[in-house]
Design a protein around this ligand. Structure first.
Ligand code: HEM
Length: 357
């Protein structure tokens, strides 16, 4: 009797709410998705999504105490770390989640690439994904300056100098980024505004588009190319419900990651160097995800070293339009898979060299 009453009550509440929102069909469309049994996402995209959520929450909490001026930033970060309850934990989780987000976005890109999930009809999803990757890297670049310590200041000096070396637009780009000829309070205001307002809005909007596309197109089958025209005959692959089966697996991955984040943040909390000293450059080094480019600049002439990653990124963005073969199996895409593996290994090697240098 009690159970019947509860069920009746929840049905009434659902009807009341739907009467006032008309969202039931939208929710049903979101939930009643079926995905190919063969789809293997390794949860990388979902984990990147979860980490973005963590960044929004921890970043908002940090912004309650952070002061974005060269005079006050360093002390406000010190205050967060030593005086605010759990401030050190929030700051360290923000630090680790930022690094892991970049790692998982790259792993997600590689998963999509090696499974050929960028092919018809997912070319646009790929291009939007590339936009997400660039915005994620932008978060890292702008956030790095905010503590205004030695590492932050000099890495930004070097990073913006590299941007200044881009042929033709370099000088304007440098001025635009720094807000003047040097890294100063004007740079900090810009980076802070971009970090807490422009990038979250841009990434949030693009992410919504990315997920709507993934929802509309369904996940790719890594064993079979997508038929150009879907008919009952070619649409007979075994599927499994997204809800609750897939989403429960995904939630387990998020839960494990949350534990990993707290352990990393507790064992290796985010550090703070000496306050920025504009007279002593020390040994500036960018974050690990820029190290490969930084190393490349040591071997190649400056113009080529700066152009190579830009051209490389351009090729990655338009790759689905260059690789027109419908083949999805790795063993029948030996040249593409072999070439990409070599490039990935070279980038890992350069990153390692930069790290130990
Ligand atoms: C903030 C960054 C990103 C987030 C949060 C994100 C999120 C997701 C999620 C949740 C999925 C569903 C399947 C999965 O978990 O793998 C997905 C699919 C997809 N993503 Fe991303 N993504 C991001 C960046 C990228 C990048 C950098 C690319 C490639 C350049 C990309 C290309 C794709 C494609 C093509 C699919 C469809 C894959 C398939 O059908 O198997 N995404 N993304």
């Amino acid at each position: 009797m009690a159970t019947g009453q509860t069920a009746g009550g929840s049905r009434r509440t659902t009807r009341w709410l739907d009467d006032r929102t008309r969202l039931a069909p939208v929710l049903a469309a979101m939930v009643h998705v079926r995905i190919p049994m063969t789809a293997r996402t390794w949860y990388f995209g979902g984990i990147a999504l979860f980490l973005f959520g963590i960044q929004v929450v921890t970043g908002t909490l940090l912004a309650l105490y952070y002061k974005p001026t060269p005079e006050a930033a360093y002390e406000s970060v010190q205050f967060i770390t030593s005086d605010v309850s759990f401030g050190w934990l929030i700051r360290s989780v923000h630090h680790w989640a930022a690094n892991l987000m970049i790692l998982f976005v790259v792993l997600h890109l590689l998963r999509v690439f090696f499974q050929a999930a960028y092919k018809y009809p997912r070319e646009v999803t790929w291009v939007v994904g590339c936009g997400l990757l660039l915005l994620t890297l932008g978060f890292g670049f702008t956030g790095y300056l905010l503590p205004w310590d030695q590492r932050a200041y000099w890495a930004t000096v070097v990073g913006t100098e590299i941007a200044g070396g881009v042929p033709v637009i370099g000088d304007s780009l440098l001025l635009l980024l720094r807000g003047g000829s040097d890294v100063s309070g004007a740079t900090m205001s810009r980076f802070f505004g971009i970090h807490v307002l422009v990038l979250p809005l841009a990434l949030g909007g693009m992410l919504a588009l990315h997920l709507v596309l993934v929802h509309q197109l369904g996940l790719a089958n890594p064993k079979k190319p997508e038929p150009r025209v879907r008919t009952a005959d070619n649409d007979d692959e075994p599927l499994r419900p997204f809800f609750p089966h897939y989403i429960l697996d995904e939630l387990v991955a998020w839960y494990i990651l949350l534990a990993v984040l707290v352990v990393l943040a507790s064992l290796y909390p985010a550090t703070l160097e000496e306050p920025a000293n504009i007279l002593d450059a020390g040994h500036p080094k960018p974050e690990w995800y820029y190290l490969a480019v930084y190393e490349m600049l040591k071997f190649l002439p400056k113009d080529i070293g700066i152009l190579a990653p830009i051209v490389g990124l351009g090729v990655v963005i338009v790759w689905p339009f260059l690789d027109r073969s419908p083949e999805v199996l790795a063993r029948r895409r030996k040249v593409v898979v072999g070439g990409a593996t070599l490039i990935v290994l070279a980038l890992v090697f350069l990153t390692w060299r930069g790290y130990v240098a």
